[in-house]
Design a protein. Structure first.
Length: 406
């Protein structure tokens, strides 16, 4: 007889693991399917990239009881400086003006993953099905039937609800024929860490250039995490540079606001595209995180949007359980889809619009965008709206994002 779960989460990365942790105390039997064994460091999302956690995401982790474990490795962002290279436009955000302890926090993906994996491994209600991958899914039956290859051997499990959290190239999404809208930005993000001559003073920088944005995020030990967006055609040459030449190239593009760049770490490159699933639910199926939407890294919104998916879906599931409803029923899942639609559209429009606006070379467009940045900096209501969006505090917020337990 097939093993049965209330919820089967496909993908044990940061988003999938967060959902399992959020639901761990709700009396549910949860299975997490992951290709790489937990704790081995081989999971794709548990790498050395830095994540900018919005203030709203910090609240979600606090509501899940995980923030105290994450906080020691997190660096607060106290101010954000946004500018247009070689032009007059700039905007600033300050934690004091926003009335928050921090605008966000920077944490290594690996450190966050370690906390989540440790929590999951300690939970009796969660079974880690690993190494394993999905080979087939039938969501037209109740419960859904999921075929697995588990450590090289075929297996089958059933679930009242299957959650696809398996990334931008979701195998679950592809297996069910869920179409996506995709836009190739023809850009690549080079990710690295640097040390600067001047201290960052907990300021995050987003500097727009004619080739793409450069973000510097404050980290511990005086380091900054760098997300350097380049045209795809230039990436191979930049990755081939030695450390000194690469630092000089990055310095020329960013400037000397933090003094001279003194040291650079390992570089990794990630092609950039906007991918959005045309459906976020099917009977007994919900998509979250990158399986539902993959964004340009500009403004650091991708993981934060996925974490709000987690908080909203967890709330819908809990409310349905308390009402005695079937958590995989389409009417229940439609509540999740309807709730998340506005946030998805808002954030995708924001990130995609910024990417297109700041790579437009036309002089009239550049003049208008810089004037707009200055106007925002001088207009507190406009800046407050911008701040709420970047901090993940706009629209209808889940209970966890308001600091309220499930």
């Amino acid at each position: 007889m097939a093993e049965h779960y209330d919820i089967l989460i496909v993908g044990g990365g940061l988003v999938g693991a967060s959902l399992a942790c959020a639901l761990a105390d709700q009396g549910l039997r949860i299975g997490v399917v992951e290709a790489a064994p937990f704790g081995t460091g081989d999971q794709a999302s548990f790498d050395d990239r830095a994540i900018a956690l919005a203030a709203g995401s910090q609240r979600i982790f606090a509501g899940m009881g995980l923030w105290d474990a994450i906080a020691p490795s997190a660096t607060p962002i106290e101010r954000i400086h946004v500018s247009d290279r070689g032009r007059f436009g700039f905007t600033r955000l300050d934690r004091g003006e926003e009335g928050v302890p921090a605008l966000g926090y920077v944490v290594l993906s690996r450190d966050l993953g370690r906390v989540l994996a440790g929590r999951l491994q300690a939970l009796d209600a969660v079974e880690l099905i690993t190494p394993a991958e999905v080979t087939g899914i039938d969501n037209a039956v109740s419960p859904a039937r999921v075929s697995l290859s588990r450590d090289g051997r075929p297996a089958e499990v059933t679930a009242d609800l299957v959650v696809a959290a398996d990334g931008a190239r979701s195998k679950v999404r592809e297996a069910l024929g869920i179409e996506v809208t995709e836009w190739d930005y023809r850009q690549t993000a080079v990710i690295t860490n640097i040390r600067t001559a001047q201290p960052h003073r907990n300021v995050a920088y987003e500097r727009f250039t004619d080739q793409g944005p450069i973000a510097l995020l404050p980290m511990s030990e005086g380091r900054c995490s760098v997300v350097w967006t380049l045209p795809a055609a230039q990436v191979e040459a930049v990755m081939a540079l030695n450390d000194a030449a690469c630092l000089a190239r990055l310095q020329e593009r960013f400037g000397y606001r933090l003094g001279r760049f003194e040291r650079i770490g390992r570089r990794d490159a990630y092609p950039l595209a906007l991918v959005r699933a045309r459906e976020s639910i099917r009977p007994r199926l919900a998509l979250i995180g990158n399986a539902a939407h993959t964004l340009h890294p500009i403004a650091g919104q991708g993981f934060n949007l996925g974490l709000r998916d987690v908080a909203a879906l967890a709330e819908v599931i809990c409310d349905a359980r308390r009402a005695g409803r079937d958590i995989g029923d389409t009417m229940v899942l439609q509540q999740y889809a309807d709730w998340r639609r506005a946030d998805h559209r808002r954030v995708i429009a924001f990130t995609d619009g910024l990417t297109r606006l700041f790579t437009n070379p036309l002089a009239p467009i550049a003049l208008l965008r810089d004037a707009g940045m200055l106007a925002m900096d001088l207009c507190p209501p406009a800046k407050r709206l911008f701040g709420r969006l970047t901090m993940g505090r706009s629209g209808r917020l889940p209970r966890l994002a308001r600091g309220v337990a499930l």
